[in-house]
Design a protein around this ligand. Sequence first.
Ligand code: ZN
Length: 274
Amino acid sequence: MTVSWIDTHNHFWVCDEENRLQKRLEEAIRVGLVQMLICAGCVSHFDRVRDLAHRFHCGYALGLHPLYIQNDWQHDLLILEKKIQENLSDPFFVAIGECGLDASSENTTPLEIQEKVFSSQLKLAFRNSLSVSMHGRGALDHVSKWLRRIPVKGVLHAFNGSESQAQTFLNLGVKLGYGGAMTYEGSKRIRKILSELPKEAWVLETDAPDIPSEKARQNNPLNPKSFPSDIAYYGQVASILRKESIEAVSTQTIENSLKVFPRFQNIFHEIKIS
Ligand SMILES: [Zn+2]
């Protein structure tokens, strides 16, 4: 029997050519994928993720990613707010995301502006009882500061913080997302923290096509990518790290995913090839 998985964070439409997306999803369903959350990063993604989610009966999230903040971010926030209102009764609309903060050198938007965009999205989530899928590279303490002020349900995706930062998020009721990074031998801290987390604290994600696994890097060093089908492999790695059976990891991560993204409950097992 195949065990089931939920991919709580990906950018599915970027994974492959349009005509190969269906094949990619077939591969994922074959290894047990029962639901996924396709996350937008800027307003130009909004219609795309919604269309794909409707085509494949999966979840989508609308949000403004800290690496894609444009000069007219105030206008983008208004568009986001309008889209949220329009789609609130859409069962496939699951969350706000990908939103958050990024203090890496790759990001040229000042943290102050990022915080305005992020906190506005937290307020939208709070007002509309929506969960959030969050990014926090190099800025985890700033992310938790805002979550203390505006408490919402959500996942800190691709968690790469310290033990005490993990604890801070757990105290705030936020779950931690694990994917490709835990497959690297060198990710000692990520692996150790995952091995010790309480059962209810974490979820699985692929972030496809980003954060490819160690295996993907070896197989395709020039252009390594991740796909939703990697979710089963990540589940396996997590089961080894946590010394739990695959079935236990599957059951627990699905339960956690449905709890942190309650809107998934309406479309659980709905995913299909159109
Ligand atoms: Zn992402």
